[in-house]
Write a protein that binds this ligand. Structure first.
Ligand code: ACO
Length: 342
């Protein structure tokens, strides 16, 4: 990295957030303090889990490189920027852009964006992308600061195909398991597993996830190098644990779909309803609902404090959003992609 350490004319000291660097312990501690003190605690949002965040410095998502930078003023970490570089994409994704509440409206946010823009040329990429929240009808009020800031730095909203719908399920308000777990349709059987995918399903899980259950079968990879294995490595490195339920088509013996709930080491009440996918040839039998509810049952037994599940889907994915609504998920916010092309 270029400018990665040094005090600028504005009195800001820039450092790469590199866990292998000499003063890593002090910088990482300052970064964690920044995250805790700046955390958005509106609605159901949990505080950042320190184990998860520290783990994220060493374990990036598959096929993605992360660059983390912090800025200090008078020795205190007052800003942080995480850039994600998906392999082969023309963009850099801004995954974190944060300024401490006591240091806002002093140009630090703009300085972080200028740094990100500089990294575009360095990596031969053309645009920055970021996701911002927007209100949904009947949903909570959304802080307008990020949108005002994005507009001020020249980022454009590109609502459309890429828009997501963020949803929450509060089990204290609605228990979708009150009537028990639904029956499995004839011709199928369920399998459950935890954080580590059994060898026999690792390639099928990778293929289902990457094709989202449609299109041609992907060629088998070595299990060790499969997407599922690389994703798992990141999850374990971040101290997360997971619960999975899959459905096997008995006639073919193939995995027809699966669903995943994961959670961080901290925040015992919170979990993430992650990927749910049923292969196109097995849709229309209610399998999505069966695997989601069976998996929720499994996760709840193992995590008795579990109360709040969040999930997100493409806003145009009506079948999954309707299924979520039937389970009790409520729309929270839209996630709108923004682009900045200098
Ligand atoms: N209301 C209206 N406009 C604002 C506000 C606000 N609260 N905050 C910033 N702006 C606009 C203004 O035009 C401002 O220029 P001005 O102060 O000369 O009027 C301009 O943005 C630049 O402001 P900075 O001082 O550079 O921004 P700051 O250091 O305060 O950081 C940030 C802004 C990062 C959004 C901060 O408020 C924050 O950390 N919020 C929580 C995290 C967050 O929402 N991050 C998402 C950022 S958006 C993205 O990722 C593209």
């Amino acid at each position: 990295m270029s400018l990665m350490s040094g005090i600028t004319r504005t009195g800001l000291e820039w450092s790469s957030l590199d866990p292998a660097s000499r003063d890593a312990a002090e910088i990482v501690a300052g970064w964690l303090t920044l995250l805790a003190e700046s955390a958005d605690r509106s609605g159901n949002t949990p505080p950042p889990c320190p184990v998860d965040m520290v783990g994220s410095l060493r374990f990036a998502p598959p096929d993605t490189e992360l660059e983390d930078v912090v800025v200090r003023r008078d020795g205190r970490v007052v800003g942080a920027l995480r850039l994600a570089l998906p392999a082969g994409a023309p963009v850099i994704r801004v995954d974190q852009l944060l300024v401490h509440p006591v240091a806002r409206r002093q140009g630090i946010g703009r300085a972080l964006v200028a740094h990100a823009v500089g990294r575009l040329a360095e990596h031969g990429r053309t645009s920055l992308t970021a996701t911002l929240s927007a209100p949904v009808p009947g949903g909570p009020v959304v802080d307008e600061t990020p949108s005002a800031f994005a507009a001020a730095v020249g980022a454009l909203s590109v609502a459309g195909e890429g828009t997501g719908l963020h949803q929450w399920l509060d089990l204290a308000e609605h228990d979708p398991l009150a009537d028990g777990v639904p029956a499995v349709p004839p011709g199928y059987r369920l399998v459950t597993w935890g954080t580590v995918t059994p060898d026999e399903y690792a390639v099928a899980v990778s293929s289902l996830e990457q094709s989202l259950g449609g299109g041609p079968e992907l060629p088998d990879e070595e299990i060790e190098t499969s997407y599922a294995r690389r994703f798992e490595k990141m999850r374990i490195g971040r101290g997360r644990r997971a619960y999975h339920t899959g459905v096997v088509h008995e006639a073919s013996g193939k995995l027809a779909g699966y669903t995943s709930i994961s959670k961080t080491t901290g925040n015992p009440e919170h979990a993430l309803q992650g990927m749910t996918v049923v292969h196109a040839t097995h849709r229309g039998h209610g399998l999505g609902r069966v695997i989601k509810l069976t998996n929720l049952d499994q996760a709840r037994r193992a995590e008795p404090a579990l109360r709040l599940l969040e999930t997100a889907n493409a806003a145009h994915n009506t079948p999954m959003i309707e299924l979520n609504a039937a389970i009790g998920f409520r729309p929270d916010t839209h996630w709108i992609p923004h682009h900045l092309t200098p």
